[in-house]
Design a protein around this ligand. Structure first.
Ligand SMILES: NC(=O)c1ccc[n+]([C@@H]2O[C@H](COP(=O)([O-])OP(=O)(O)OC[C@H]3O[C@@H](n4cnc5c(N)ncnc54)[C@H](O)[C@@H]3O)[C@@H](O)[C@H]2O)c1
Length: 252
């Protein structure tokens, strides 16, 4: 797909990887529907898009809320009259061990709220945006959906909730890739390793140091490299139903 003048929605576009994806697509001439729960952050992304002579509109929306997502995609349709791409990038972490036991006594456990918050945003949010986005793209007979998963989808200590959510969005890539091809919609996933963003800045320093040491190429990924992968997927019409791993060789 030639993305010039194509309408691409990006969730989690307020900062981090979502913002980097937005800026790189703006530079390529895409028209952007920037979605995030945080208006102030979205406005910063908007200013950066405009400074690159890009075109965008903001849609403040909690991806975990069905009415908000439905309203946001209806507003995208009203504003642009079409949707050609969707990057499901909004995501949160609420790390913790399943249980913590000290001297044989249970001292802590992952709460249902901690579990549910991550599943709601990362997995249900991707489902809701994917569903509403696919409905608009099917009308136009073409589109691309990209789910941002994670290397943690294989399972990771302290991330029961996050790893399960990211395995979920990876499985949606396969299911949707099969279901939506008949409507001209391709579906791909990206499983990033560790990238330098606000999300990773919130990781415990000892966990970050361990992580960095374990990355074969020796450093974190840069958001622009992730954005390059998004561009590659959008451009290559024979990619569908698969994950691309971008992790500097790191295996969990
Ligand atoms: N940074 C990494 O190393 C890394 C690695 C693997 C996967 N990922 C995934 O990439 C995506 C982006 O990560 P990031 O590092 O840029 O994170 P980030 O925290 O910097 O940005 C996430 C964005 O999502 C938005 N968001 C959160 N909850 C939302 C909701 N309910 N509705 C709408 N927007 C919401 C936030 O406001 C924020 O702007 C996430 O899905 C994350 O799981 C990141």
């Amino acid at each position: 797909m030639d993305i010039k003048q194509k309408v691409i929605a990006i969730t989690g576009a307020g900062r981090g990887l979502g913002r980097a994806i937005a800026l790189s697509l703006a530079e390529q001439g895409a028209v952007l529907a920037l979605m995030d729960v945080n208006r102030a952050d979205l406005e910063v992304t908007e200013a950066e898009v405009h400074s690159r002579d890009g075109r965008c509109a903001l849609f403040v929306c909690n991806v975990a809320s069905e009415p908000e997502v439905e309203a946001a995609f209806a507003a995208i349709d009203e504003q642009f009259g079409a949707l050609h791409g969707l990057v499901n990038c909004a995501g949160i972490l609420r790390d913790g061990m399943l249980i913590k036991v000290k001297e044989g006594e249970l001292v802590e456990k992952m709460s249902l709220a901690q579990w549910q918050a991550v599943i709601d945003v990362n997995l249900t949010g991707t489902f809701l945006c994917g569903r509403e986005g696919a409905a608009l793209m099917a009308r136009g007979g073409q589109g691309v959906i990209i789910n941002i998963s994670s290397i943690a989808r294989a399972g990771n200590m302290g991330q029961s909730n996050y790893a399960a959510s990211k395995a979920g969005v990876a499985s949606l890539v396969v299911t949707w890739g099969r279901e939506l091809a008949r409507h001209g919609i391709r579906v791909m996933g990206i499983a990033p390793g560790v990238f330098a963003t606000d999300m990773t800045a919130a990781m415990k320093p000892e966990a970050m140091a361990r992580m960095q040491q374990a990355i074969p190429v020796g450093h974190l990924g840069e958001a622009a490299q992730l954005a390059q992968t998004v561009q590659f997927i959008l451009a290559n019409d024979y990619l569908s139903g698969r994950m691309i791993e971008i992790d500097g060789g790191l295996r969990l």
